[in-house]
Design a protein around this ligand. Structure first.
Ligand SMILES: C[S@@+](CC[C@H](N)C(=O)[O-])C[C@H]1O[C@@H](n2cnc3c(N)ncnc32)[C@H](O)[C@@H]1O
Length: 300
């Protein structure tokens, strides 16, 4: 269960100096850290956001902790590029968590975090995006708190931010949106159990995490609750990576276009008039075929 360097690229890079340690880390502590330094022999868990993929979106704090870890437990959304920055001698443990493949059940992940910390290790719990946004990071830290294990949390760039910026879709451009709502499209009891009247409001942007499999249902529900069929919508797959693809359309056309493009998770759905700006503001050219299909004129 503990392997698994299989995801790690052969030529893992180093963030800082050739010695593998940070030549100068930001901050005020002895080791440059702003956080609580673990007492000698006492372990610590660092819950760290790895961002959406591009390793240059890591925070400086995350980059330093990657270099200092004794063990790193990571989820499948952590990109190979980021994983390649983890200290070479660190034990890498794959926790999985694709929809149908949880390499380690949550209870085992929790127990492992506690066990490693109690051995005195610096444990990096690395999660895609931001650990407190649809990442279950809160639940894991609650478990540590209950077991008296010290921890710190480092935010990451959430995928909504990554998809927005690298997709050229400013989520709250003030001409179009006064609010932005993040929701999960993950089915509960077999259905997308969301507050549809609230989501179908105008003057806001809706970002749906984990919604690719439910894209058609989501678009239909938004129309049924009052948004017009020509309301702009987009899906951004593998945001911020060289494989990023963006499909744009409307609530009526997006499901078909996404299916035609073979869009797969991880991807985010963005609904709102801000999607119209991609034609003007899309700046990031990925290696993947970029499907720039502009939405039909938005509803007046
Ligand atoms: C379990 S949630 C984790 C979210 C993560 N904590 C964050 O802040 O981005 C997984 C979902 O995040 C979204 N996601 C994560 N990384 C992504 C990426 N690089 N591009 C597009 N969507 C992404 C997808 O909707 C995916 O199904």
């Amino acid at each position: 269960m503990h392997d698994s360097r299989k995801k790690r690229p052969a030529s893992a890079g180093q963030v800082f100096g050739p010695g593998g340690s940070a030549s100068r880390a930001p901050g005020g502590g002895k080791d440059g850290s702003h956080g609580v330094a673990p007492q000698r022999g006492r372990g610590m868990v660092y819950l760290v956001g790895a961002g959406p993929g591009d390793p240059e979106l890591l925070t400086l704090k995350a980059a330093r902790l990657l270099q200092q870890a004794d063990a790193c437990i990571y989820d499948h959304l952590v990109s190979n590029d980021v994983l390649g920055l983890v200290r070479r001698n660190a034990e890498l443990i794959y926790a999985g968590k694709e929809k149908s493949n949880h390499a380690l059940p949550q209870a085992e992940i929790n127990a492992l975090l506690v066990a490693l910390a109690r051995k005195g290790k610096r444990v990096l719990r690395l999660k895609g995006g931001d650990p407190f946004i649809f990442g279950r990071g809160g639940e894991e830290m609650q478990f540590l708190a209950e077991h008296g294990v010290p921890f710190e949390v480092v935010p990451g760039v959430t995928s909504a931010s990554g998809a927005s910026t690298y997709g050229g879709i400013p989520l709250t451009h003030r001409d179009y949106a006064q609010a932005c709502v993040f929701v999960t499209g993950h089915r509960k009891h077999g259905a997308c159990d969301l507050d549809w009247p609230m989501l179908a409001r105008r003057n806001q942007t809706v970002v749906v995490y984990m919604g690719v499999g439910q894209l058609a249902e989501i678009c239909e529900r938004l129309k049924a609750h009052g948004l017009p069929g020509d309301w702009p919508a987009a899906a951004v797959e593998r945001a911020t990576t060289r494989k990023q693809r963006v499909v744009t359309g409307t609530l009526t056309t997006l499901p078909g276009r996404a299916a035609h493009a073979g869009l797969e998770p991880p991807a985010l759905i963005i609904v709102g008039e801000v999607v119209k700006l991609r034609g003007e503001l899309g700046w990031f050219d990925s290696d993947a075929e970029s499907l720039i299909t502009h939405p039909e004129p938005a509803h007046a």
